[in-house]
Write a protein that binds this ligand. Structure first.
Ligand code: ZN
Length: 475
């Protein structure tokens, strides 16, 4: 009898010794929401449903929460509606996207303080005077598992995130990889390490090769729609396209405290049926701002490309800025289609949401040509739209650099390289085009959106179907 008892005990010990402790971490992540407040009732419902199954669900944003809807961006506390809605959904952390800086240093500080979740960014170092309460990382206890999350923002051609440089004065930025690797100690202190990245898909894949101690990269910025997640160098990378069309549900399975399996699936947000009714009421409240519904002009034909809308903007700068010529960075034209019919205040503020000032430059044809080439290089190799002229250009097929640029005036003749022209652009475009020009330019005291609003009101009717201002000459 005694012998049987001992054998049973031994067997029990062996069995319990073999059984591994299995736990799961569930993460719901969004990126590049760009002020899509209309999607929050649905996002709230999805978060509620997952939380019912997984009470310790972590909800993360990979940045660019704002900039995309004036209802949010021009609220009396700019961009506060998104913060209020993210608080309601129960976000646990966000990183900084480049567009978070559109609120400027003090505006961003206020938004961070109004958030019930931390803003994580390891490579942003603001002057203390802004009281910008950023943290490089934060640890969360998820069902007894320690999850360490590090945030990082990508830097553009100028070595700063892609927003107006003036909104980042007295903030220093360090290389994302060099900054992230300072926090490798989190690998020893945490069961799971997540990088919340606003670097872009290509950069996430590159950095994954250098960060073998990270389990998961929740990415954003490039609006890359991945099918669930992708494994690169043993790290799961996730990202969705912009404005909350989809979010990602990631599951990490741990056995005895070690991650043994990582999977991710997309969840549709736009077009989904069930909604959180309380959040829907709050969105309705933020949406009923009558100032934005004013009709400025009738579009007699639809707009169907960025170029048609870019031409509308540059025409407005010439007409309302009383200039001969104008140009506008392509990345600043924020949508590509507009139906025929009413063109409202809200439409203009969505098209040109950044509140950049209109800048007048008195520069020669040569200086303008140099500026446009710099703008192309520093705006992700996108050709700026031009007004009062046409830009004919040839690209090097391998480097995509501009080989030749010819600016042709309204009279059909090439611009005179020595003559001085009065040119209007926006303050962002002039800032990203450093050249040796004589005139740095000066603000005319109005934002570019105001020029577009005045132009539409003066025109009463507009038609830009088929309008072009750029011509690529292929050889
Ligand atoms: Zn971004």
């Amino acid at each position: 009898m005694k012998k049987i008892f001992i054998t049973s005990l031994l067997m029990l010990a062996t069995i319990t010794g073999m059984a591994k402790e299995r736990k799961e971490v569930h993460i719901l992540s969004a990126n590049d929401m760009h002020a899509a407040i209309e999607c929050f009732p649905r996002l709230g419902y999805v978060a509620d449903s997952l939380r019912a199954l997984y009470p310790d669900l972590l909800i993360l944003s990979a940045g660019d929460n704002r900039s995309g809807d004036p209802l949010n961006d021009m609220y009396e506390i700019p961009a506060y509606p998104m913060v209020a809605l993210m608080n309601m959904v129960g976000f646990h952390a966000t990183t900084l996207g480049n567009h978070e800086f559109d609120s400027n240093q003090y505006g961003l500080a206020r938004l961070i303080d109004l958030s019930t979740f931390p803003t994580l960014c390891a490579n942003t170092h603001p002057d203390p005077k802004f009281k910008l309460h950023l943290r490089p990382w934060h640890k969360f206890d998820v069902n007894g598992i320690t999850v360490g999350i590090i945030g990082a923002v990508g830097l553009g051609q100028l070595g700063i995130p892609e927003s107006h440089p003036q909104k980042m004065t007295d903030i220093k930025f360090s290389d994302p990889y060099e900054s992230i690797k300072q926090y490798e100690f989190l690998r020893r202190e945490c069961d799971v390490v997540v990088l919340l990245s606003h670097l872009g898909y290509k950069e996430d894949v590159e950095i994954s090769a250098k960060l073998p101690w990270v389990d998961l990269i929740v990415g954003g910025h490039s609006h890359t729609q991945l099918k669930g997640g992708e494994m690169h160098n043993g790290i799961l990378i996730t990202q969705n396209t912009n404005r909350l069309k989809r979010v990602t549900h990631t599951t990490l399975v741990l056995e005895d405290g070690k991650v043994v399996r990582k999977t991710a699936e997309n969840i549709e947000i736009r077009g989904g049926k069930n909604e959180n009714k309380i959040i829907k009421e709050v969105v309705r409240y933020f949406s009923e701002n009558p100032a934005f519904a004013r009709v400025l002009a009738q579009a007699t034909t639809p707009f169907s490309s960025y170029e048609e809308l870019g031409c509308l903007m540059t025409d407005a700068y010439v007409a309302e800025g009383k200039a001969e010529l104008s140009f506008q960075n392509a990345g600043g034209v924020r949508y590509s289609t507009h139906a025929a019919g009413a063109f409202t205040m809200s439409d203009v503020l969505k098209l040109d949401p950044f509140q950049n000032e209109a800048v007048e430059l008195n520069i020669t044809g040569k200086e303008l040509t140099d500026m446009i080439i710099k703008c192309y290089d520093n705006d992700n190799q996108l050709m700026p739209y031009v007004g009062g002229m046409t830009a004919e250009y040839t690209l090097d097929p391998s480097t995509r650099k501009i080989k030749k640029l010819t600016l042709i005036g309204k009279d059909g003749k090439k611009l005179n390289m020595k003559r001085t022209y009065k040119v209007i652009t926006n303050s962002y475009t002039s800032a990203i085009c450093p050249t040796t020009r004589q005139d740095e330019g000066h603000s005319i005291g109005r934002i570019t959106a105001e020029l577009i609003i005045d132009y539409l009101e003066h025109q009463k009717q507009v038609s830009y179907q088929g309008r072009t201002c750029l011509k690529e000459i292929k050889k």
